[in-house]
Ligand binder design. Structure first.
Ligand code: ATP
Ligand code: MG
Length: 752
């Protein structure tokens, strides 16, 4: 043992307090320090805790000193927490430990040996924008039409190759990439060459260069293999091939590799994660111990029961049992609401109530499937003054596409807004480049006039090149046209027109990157948001106020995507938007079929198992998407929840009736506190001659005051004949024979 190890090693017989809180099997996993170990276990069974304790144990028992241990976690935050936890467990600082994400660790190694792969040690790590700019330049120099073959698609192909550990030289003959008739290969080669010239690496390179380095320089690899006596990996189910190869090389020296993971929580296949890595662990590391933990320490019986029942619907899984000693039960609540707004209101009120009753906001999370869902919650929280933070991404109004769109609207609203003008003057690209902007700035400064005015003056001169001039004139004319429209059209239609005519929406439509559909959804959500305001100025005012809201670092509720919630836990979890199409997400199913659906289900499982005590699932009967109301069906995942663990929320308003599944009828029997509301619902169904359990979409209003009832045939002046689907107060949702489903006011409708 070397001196530094001895400093933190305990005296031989000293009891080890950090081991005493563990179960026998967890303790075995901690103490099995030698040889390959796979801890394969469900959510909340203490995998991360085992990994952390194991690290502490390795140090405390003097098996290694800090720099000889490599621990890889999924996020920087997890790395920080692990470092703190270890320090706490061993009561000493852990300087020198290698704890970090794959990327951070890869970068650290690469900086030391950069010259060996043609970089300097101070290389730049490119962000997504830089990467994109670079690929665009390459497309141009290769004469590839970026309208037909967008840069993002090329980048996507390149990134997937990197995820698989394939540099350009490793691409086999069959690997052409689905881009520009096989030209991605040459682009990839040039892209890598350009990065070297720039002394830069992208995220994928951080590992890819490591792999090249290890293969080319056996001495370097051997030195790391000697150094890292112990290698520990969390969330192993989400590693991609490059990460897997990297780990396998590094752990080969001492073969003391411990990976922990859960195949049911693999949710990153769209980023190249291969759940197969976990399945072939035993083959790659013969003699590996596989340890299974089954006792869950996080959640109540009901949350566990609901989550286990749900995930049992997946076919491709190893299958595990989970149990808990906890006696407290608290059923998972499923609540149907009228629309997104009432959903946000319901969650906001619940949070206020919990807070009043003493729950810390830090213990509350709202986990959404898609980024656009956040807006309604953010606005609600701002209104109620509930501090919140958005984890893993910008707040809604800070997103790139939202800022761009708002910049257009700002210029329409206020022509002197030079900052907004500059932001979008060449977005989408219309050939107004740096030189033109400089000329505009120069004139604006010289005359002390606003930027747009200077631009207007310049289009009548020869200061700028004819092409740019024409483009600028078109843009300025467009702004004039849009401004004139404010007299005759409402602000919502105006905004749609602006986004369409400017080519901004089309820009994202043509974009083949995985983020593009999400950005389009956000733009639609922006239009939805506009409808809540009287006019454009009112909306813009609201946005600047929301943006100014400082959420600070105090006690705050967390708003994040399900993907970002992996590994975390909260006392109360809200899971909104459980509607078919939204969750499971239609795109995932369209793209990957049954496998896509199973990944969505794993995501639902991850979401539910984040909750320690309460989980509230909600679905809205209607979503306003873009300019239209769409009626939504409750997610099929709701039907899959074993009803013994679920209670239908006792909220006034809508109750979801049977599911058109074999369990449909039983749902009703099971609802606790079934009272007058349910009787009325039955009466309503009888009165309307509609079956109570009319399939998945049948939602029946309980507290209706309308003189109309679900199932009734009605006539509407504008929309014609239709049938009432649902009633809320004096609002009706009607499926019109000719014009689709609409939400209308009761008094405009007559019985047909
Ligand atoms: P996930 O799959 O969600 O990442 P996990 O398996 O990593 O979950 P942990 O986060 O390590 O689980 O543990 C879940 C919770 O249970 C934590 O609050 C942890 O402190 C607690 N826990 C784990 N083991 C024990 C134990 N033996 N006694 C008491 N609490 C425990
Ligand atoms: Mg964990």
């Amino acid at each position: 043992m070397d001196d530094r190890a001895r400093d933190i090693a305990p005296a031989a017989q000293e009891p080890v307090p950090y081991l005493s809180g563990l179960t026998d099997i967890q303790r075995a996993a901690v103490e099995a320090t030698e040889g390959p170990v796979l801890v394969l276990a469900g959510a909340g069974t203490g995998k991360t805790r085992v990994l952390t304790t194991r690290l502490a144990h390795i140090l405390r028992s003097g098996r290694a000193w800090p720099s000889q241990v490599l621990a890889v976690t999924f996020t920087n935050k997890a790395a920080r927490e692990m470092r703190e936890r270890v320090a706490q467990l061993i009561g000493a600082s852990v300087e020198g430990l290698w704890i970090g994400t794959f990327h951070a660790t890869g970068a650290r190694i690469l900086r030391r040996h950069a010259e060996l792969v043609g970089l300097k040690s101070n290389f730049t790590i490119l962000d997504a924008d830089d990467q994109l700019r670079l690929v665009k330049q390459l497309l141009e120099s290769h004469n590839i039409d970026d309208k037909r073959w967008p840069a993002r698609a090329a980048l996507e192909v390149i990134q997937r190759w990197k995820d698989r550990g394939l540099g350009p030289e490793k691409l086999g003959a069959g690997e052409t990439g689905d881009f520009a008739a096989g030209r991605a290969v040459e682009l990839y080669r040039d892209y890598q060459a350009r990065l070297v010239t720039l002394n830069a690496a992208d995220f994928g390179d951080l590992l890819l260069h490591n792999l090249t380095l290890f293969q080319r320089e056996p001495d370097v690899l051997a030195s790391y293999q000697r150094q890292f006596r112990y290698v520990l990996v969390d969330e192993y189910q989400d590693t991609n091939v490059a990460q897997y190869l990297w780990l396998r090389l590094l752990a080969q020296g001492h073969r003391n590799l411990c990976c922990v993971g859960d195949d049911d929580q693999s949710i990153y296949s769209w980023r190249g994660a291969e759940v197969g890595n976990i399945l072939r662990f035993e083959k790659d590391f013969p003699g590996a111990q596989v340890i299974r933990l089954e006792q869950n320490f996080r959640s109540t019986r009901d949350i566990l029961g609901a989550a286990s029942g749900l995930i049992a619907n997946n076919e491709s899984r190893l299958g595990k049992t989970l149990w808990t000693e906890r006696a407290d039960t608290d059923k998972v609540i499923v609540r149907g609401v009228w629309d997104g707004e009432s959903e946000a209101r319901m969650v906001g009120e619940e949070i206020e109530r919990l807070h009043r009753e003493g729950t810390r906001l830090d213990d509350v999370a709202i986990l959404v499937r898609a980024g656009f869902q956040m807006r309604e919650f953010e606005e609600r929280f701002v209104t109620l003054g509930i501090p919140y933070r958005v984890v893993g991404g910008p707040r809604f109004y800070e997103r790139q596409e939202i800022r761009d769109a708002i910049a257009y609207l700002r210029v329409v609203n206020q022509p002197d807004d030079g900052l907004a003008f500059e932001r979008i003057v060449n977005v989408p690209r219309r050939g107004i480049g740096e030189a033109t902007m400089q000329a505009i700035h120069r004139l604006a400064r010289a005359r002390s006039r606003p930027l747009v005015e200077a631009a207007r003056a310049l289009v009548d001169t020869d200061e700028i090149k004819p092409q740019a001039r024409a483009a600028l004139r078109r843009l300025l004319d467009a702004f004039d046209r849009w401004r004139a429209l404010t007299e005759t059209t409402d602000h919502v239609t105006l905004a749609e027109t602006v986004l369409d005519e400017s080519g901004y929406t089309a820009m994202w439509h043509n974009d083949k990157s995985p983020e593009a559909p999400g950005r389009l959804e956000n733009l639609k959500e922006l239009i939805t948001a506009l409808q809540e305001f009287e006019n454009l100025a009112g909306f813009l005012e609201h946005v600047s106020l929301v943006m100014d809201q400082d959420t600070g670092s105090g006690d705050a509720a967390t708003l994040m995507t399900l993907h970002a919630a992996k590994g975390l836990e909260f006392v109360q979890v809200f899971l909104p938007g459980w509607e078919d199409g939204l969750f499971p997400n239609q795109r995932a199913i369209d793209q990957d079929g049954a496998a896509g659906l199973e990944e969505e289900r794993r995501l639902a499982y991850v979401g539910l198992t984040r909750a320690k005590r309460h989980a509230t699932i909600s679905f809205a009967a209607n979503r306003r998407i873009y300019n239209q109301w769409q009626s939504a069906l409750p997610s099929r995942f709701i039907e899959e929840l074993p009803r013994a663990h679920v209670a239908i929320g006792a909220a006034p308003g809508l109750y979801r009736m049977g599911a058109g599944s074999k369990e449909g009828a039983a749902w009703d029997d099971d609802v606790p506190g079934r009272g007058p509301g349910f009787r009325r619902m039955h009466q309503a169904a009888r009165g309307a001659g509609a079956p109570l359990l009319e399939g998945r979409a049948s939602v029946v209003q309980v507290d209706a005051t309308s003189r109309h009832q679900a199932g009734e045939r009605v006539f509407h002046q504008k929309f014609g004949y239709g049938r009432v689907i649902a009633v809320e107060g004096n609002k009706l949702e009607i499926a019109f024979d000719a014009s689709g489903t609409k939400k209308v006011v009761d008094s405009f409708v007559e019985r047909a």
